[in-house]
Design a protein around this ligand. Structure first.
Ligand code: GSH
Length: 250
């Protein structure tokens, strides 16, 4: 049996979730240090120069960025393939992953999840209600309009099983759900049905109770509640327990 890889990063991060779902699909064992990036120590800065999660450690290999990590996993563990083979379809898959990581990341994470959850509970900063209102009434609907055109009525983007772009899109949506955004299934029926299919998949469903337990417990209790649920925690942690602001703006 090969040694498990290590993932540094919280179950509440959509980019960590995307990588964990890919590891599950590929049957790669992992241990996790479920830290908030803002709480990382100086060793974490060495591993992750942008002070971002996820980080993957595989022996001597240390990689940052969920896309870089997923492409590495695809090349290292080719079966099952999680990107299409044909160049045209593969390019479209990469585009949808990029759209999710950047535009959905901007709107769902930076404009919704950070002000409502992270800034409030990690840094003690109250959300700007007018900014949240604009995000929910203008920007989230704009993203949903695009996805409603792109997502398939049945199955997943490139077949019957989810690939990296499907898992990325669903992983980003999970933060809206955890932030209590209610998706209007009458207005965006294809997207709602796609998410229901994706969330029922074991690679995402298995993570849901862990995410919820983290949201309910204060950061100092995270390891304890996750251990009780059987999370594969790493022995080493880069957590300091004290937040410091991130270094990147977007
Ligand atoms: N493009 C990166 C984005 C990763 C990212 O932004 N992660 C967030 C957590 S959800 C983070 O580490 N934020 C801390 C910061 O930006 O300072 C990826 O795909 O991994």
């Amino acid at each position: 049996l090969t040694k498990p890889v290590t993932i540094v990063g919280s179950y509440l991060s959509p980019y960590v979730r995307k990588v964990l779902a890919v590891l599950h699909r590929k049957g790669v064992r992992y241990e996790i240090d479920p830290i908030t990036p803002f709480m990382g120590d100086d060793r974490f800065s060495q591993l992750s120069p942008l002070r971002r999660i996820p980080v993957l450690i595989d022996g001597d290999v240390v990689l940052c960025d969920s896309t870089v990590i997923c492409e590495y996993l695809e090349e290292r563990h080719p079966a099952p393939a999680l990107y299409p083979r044909d160049p045209v379809t593969r390019a479209r898959a990469r585009w949808l992953e990029e759209y999710a990581d950047t535009r959905m990341g901007d709107v769902f994470i930076w404009q919704y999840w950070y002000p409502l959850v992270v800034n409030r509970f990690v840094f003690g900063v109250a959300p700007d209600k007018a900014a949240i209102e604009k995000t929910t009434s203008v920007e989230i609907p704009e993203v949903l309009g695009y996805l409603e055109r792109e997502l398939p009525a049945q199955g997943f983007l490139f077949g019957a099983e989810p690939g990296v772009p499907d898992l990325t899109i669903a992983a980003l949506f999970r933060n809206l759900e955890l932030g209590r955004y209610l998706l209007d299934a009458a207005r965006w029926p294809k997207t709602a049905a796609f998410l229901a299919r994706a969330n029922a998949r074991p690679e995402l469903a298995a993570l849901r109770p862990l995410e919820e337990s983290m949201l309910r417990a204060p950061p100092a209790q995270h390891r304890k509640v996750l251990a009780e649920l059987g999370a594969p925690l790493s022995v080493v942690t880069y957590d300091t327990g004290t937040p410091r602001p991130g270094i990147m703006r977007l």
